[in-house]
Design a protein around this ligand. Structure first.
Ligand code: PAF
Length: 297
């Protein structure tokens, strides 16, 4: 695996990597890699000849009082994981390389960025869209892969690729990969390491309660009652605050007042012990809810 940290070195490396018409998939990350990221890499290897991963903790997507300074940085460890996973190229620019002095342009995907996380983290998705557009232009991958855990982010990036007629990757080559979960259902996230052991145990209630709510809705139960039970269960488990718990259409993120079979996600953000956790799941008639997960304490 080659590691580059300047745009000049990146351009050179890409020429070699793409030579002979080889296709390239990009997995953008902020590092602190876990199995969820490695699942993206595995998927990337299936859709392209070569795989590039970027690691860049993007200051533009962090709000003033957010965890930019505390965000875990472990380049040597991440680099080893990527090498072992068969990645061809690691793109790890500095902040100055990504945003040279005088940088002044941002991308806003209006509407989609105003709800859910966007309503609570002003400017966050402008930062995400801007850096992802830059990564796409720098690497010009045939496909790019993102985790479904950040469903709103994935939706926004797909819309940006479509709206701006991005040639590489084409909008339909922005690929979402299902969330990788711990054995107790908790979605993997670099921020899970902020949790104390006790809060980590409490935090599993988030996904369990979501599965129960989805089960109730699929069974034809009253939607508002299911959502009220969801909120109660999350708070009873020890979460300090629920930022949102909503049903939204999968592609356009419109509010789903009453689920009638349309492609829908249940999306939740909640705070526990100083950590902000997000999760989302599809509501699909064919979805199997393992009974042991629903009844687990
Ligand atoms: O999901 C992330 O890790 C980041 O938001 C991304 C897509 C790498 C942009 O910085």
């Amino acid at each position: 695996m080659q590691t580059v940290s300047t745009r000049a070195a990146l351009s050179k490396a890409l020429i070699a990597l793409k030579s002979g018409g080889k296709t390239l998939a990009l997995v953008p990350t902020m590092g602190a890699l876990h199995d969820g990221h490695l699942a993206l890499v595995r998927h990337a290897r299936q859709v392209a000849d070569r795989v590039a991963v970027s690691i860049f903790v993007n200051p533009l997507q962090f709000g003033e009082n957010e965890d930019l300074d505390a965000y875990p940085r472990q380049l040597a460890q991440d680099s080893q994981l990527l090498q072992d996973a068969g990645v061809d190229l690691l793109w790890a620019p500095t902040v100055a390389e990504m945003y040279p002095a005088g940088f002044a342009t941002t991308i806003a995907v209006q509407g989609l960025d105003q709800v859910l996380c966007g309503a609570n983290r002003p400017g966050h998705f402008d930062g995400v869209a801007t850096v992802v557009a830059k990564l796409f232009n720098q690497v010009r991958p045939d496909a790019a892969l993102f985790g479904e855990k950040d469903w709103q982010q994935l939706t926004i990036i797909r819309r940006m690729a479509r709206d701006l007629d991005l040639a590489l990757p084409q909008a339909d080559r922005v690929i979402g990969v299902p969330t990788v979960r711990e054995a107790d259902g908790m979605a993997m996230s670099s921020r899970n390491r902020y949790l104390s052991p006790a809060d980590r145990i409490r935090a599993r209630e988030l996904n369990r309660a979501m599965r129960v709510a989805i089960g109730a809705i699929l069974a034809g139960g009253d939607q508002s009652r299911a959502m009220a039970t969801l909120r109660r269960s999350i708070l009873a488990a020890g979460f300090d605050r629920i930022e949102y718990a909503e049903l939204r259409t999968a592609e356009t993120l419109d509010d789903v007042a009453q689920w009638t079979g349309q492609a829908t996600r249940l999306l939740v953000a909640a705070h526990i012990g100083g950590a902000r956790l997000i999760d989302n799941m599809a509501i699909e008639p064919a979805m199997a809810i393992p009974p042991e997960t629903i009844s687990a304490a």
